[in-house]
Design a protein around this ligand. Sequence first.
Ligand code: C6P
Length: 419
Amino acid sequence: MSAIPAVKIRSAARAIDVARVRADFPILETKVNGKPLAYLDSAASAQMPQQVIDRLTRYHTSEHANIHRGVHYLSEKATDAYEAARAKIRKFINATEDREVIFTRGTTNAINTVAHGFGRAFVGKGDEILVSHMEHHSNIVPWQMLCEEKGATLKVIPIDDLGQLVMDEYRELLGPRTKLVAVAHVSNALGTINPIKEVIALAHAQGIPVLVDGAQGVPHMKVDMQDLDCDFYAFSGHKMCGPTGIGILYGKASWLEKMQPYEGGGDMIMSVSFEKTTYNTIPYKFEAGTPPIAAAIGLGAAVDYLESIGMDAISAHEHNLIAYGTEALSAIDGVRIYGTAPHKAAVLSFNIEGVHAHDVGTILNDEGVAVRTGHHCAQPVMQRFGVPATARASFYLYNTVEEIDQLVAAVRRVQEIFG
Ligand code: C6P
């Protein structure tokens, strides 16, 4: 039994039957050092349910061929499955049209596609790109590279001590030189859920487009492209129960039409001669070469799976876990939590006084608890809070209060060892 009673489900969403969900994830039966695995690292990569693994197997055993290239049976089957996955994802994020959904290798590749395609066309000397202090490196470095190339400037929206965007400063930073705002929906290092709709509306009021890094958003909450009205939204399959090597760039068709392709090669062309090449229509203009077909189909299956559980139910479950985990870890002397915004996703970044985060991670692993340690590819966040690294526990639909108890016991064990 757990020491602290579970926090009440905050919404009317139906509760998750966690035992049933866990039965879909055979990997969660893993034992580490003879102890049950508590997998608390889904912000890095979530696990795949058997339904997704089975879909991948079915593709590989009975549907595999290259797509958009052959008229033969298997090629048509693979093409249909690939395009059906695109349509599922379109519906899942409520984009207007399938052609606004581009398959990429992941969030990083999606953001680079915009930095290259949008940046080359619309950013020039003296222009500004606005990011926030809580961004993942994938939403900093591509813009830095672009600014260097174009003689533009990268501006940074500050964050406060709770890990929230300072919205007044954001308003001040927006101006006639701002060509794009690029902000995370949810911080991977702090868990803060940003007021992304307001961020977008404020930029749009000045005619500035917005890219949302949704790597930690889509897996955990219902997102609606038409409601958010963002211009671009990027996310990764492997953080939402799908395979690695696949991600999505959502873009408004009006922008995608005007952007240059990121890579040249097969499938992104309409015609090629030595004199001139013309490009394919969207989304294919941005899908050069043979894409990760199996992974795209697997991501479609992951969307089916998440929908079968219900995104509201997943958010409510995670809310319970973060509330429970925050209370439990805060109660331990010598533990400091980073990211204490009231509106948070299921990410708990912490340090134990006098112990390096890597040592924490190693001892937690001895106790069967998997967390990520380090700077979480968000070094500016670490600098903001004056630490080199943190240990980060992150929760998903299959995690339990008992696993958080296992984390808490393991944290106490670290303190005993270093005591
Ligand atoms: N964050 C984490 O442990 P890729 O690697 O392209 O699938 O996703 C990059 C990325 C971009 N933005 C955010 C907010 C992210 O969290 C990530 C990935 C992982 O936090 C691995 S570094």
